[in-house]
Design a binder for this molecule. Sequence first.
Ligand code: SAM
Length: 220
Amino acid sequence: MTTPGPRRDVVRLAAESLAAGDATGWFERLYAQAGAGAAEVPWDVPQPSRYLAEWARRGAVAGGGRRALVVGCGLGRDAEFLAGLGFAVTAFDISGTAVRTARQRHPDSPVGYVVADLLEPPASWRHGFDLVVESNNVQALPEPLRGRAIAAVAPLVAPGGTLLVIAAAATPEPEGPPWPLSRREIDAFGAGLTPVSVEHLGDPDDPRVARWRAEFRAAP
Ligand SMILES: C[S@@+](CC[C@H](N)C(=O)[O-])C[C@H]1O[C@@H](n2cnc3c(N)ncnc32)[C@H](O)[C@@H]1O
């Protein structure tokens, strides 16, 4: 079976990376090739994640200057959305090209775009953010990185802060990434936090797709 559209580039580059024992190297190669017009980034869309936007709308979320951290920010769509809600946003990605491109695309943005690795975040970020958003990143990581990545997220949440996790729960694609997360993996994000909600949601554009959206709260 052939893989259609921009996913072809993702599947090809991820497979090459994994075969070479470098599970995350393909992200940089994908962004670099896309910059040269030789590949497409499937998540390069102008609008924020609909699951993030809907969550914010439902909760009438307003940043009020509070600190938000966007994990694996890619080209900045969710970071810019949160900045628009009034959060003081730090957004990071392992790909230098992604971070550079995000800065170029949003030259007047108040978002602080940073190159960093979720598996080794700066020590100063520990318990540093009132809102942490992890959307669609861990699903693109294989084991054993995956468990380490999940465990690295909750310690970034400040006392009283919120963690929002959005991830694939089911996909029709025969080959990953993405590799959907189990309910057990979603629950693992909340280690040391209190669960507020765990939703299993459909995708209005494709009945074969399902997503997790989970919210956790840190003790004050
Ligand atoms: C599937 S993309 C999703 C991007 C973005 N969250 C979105 O929804 O538009 C996964 C992103 O995670 C980044 N990433 C992967 N591993 C990472 C790590 N260990 N630390 C930081 N970013 C990482 C990749 O470079 C890529 O931009």
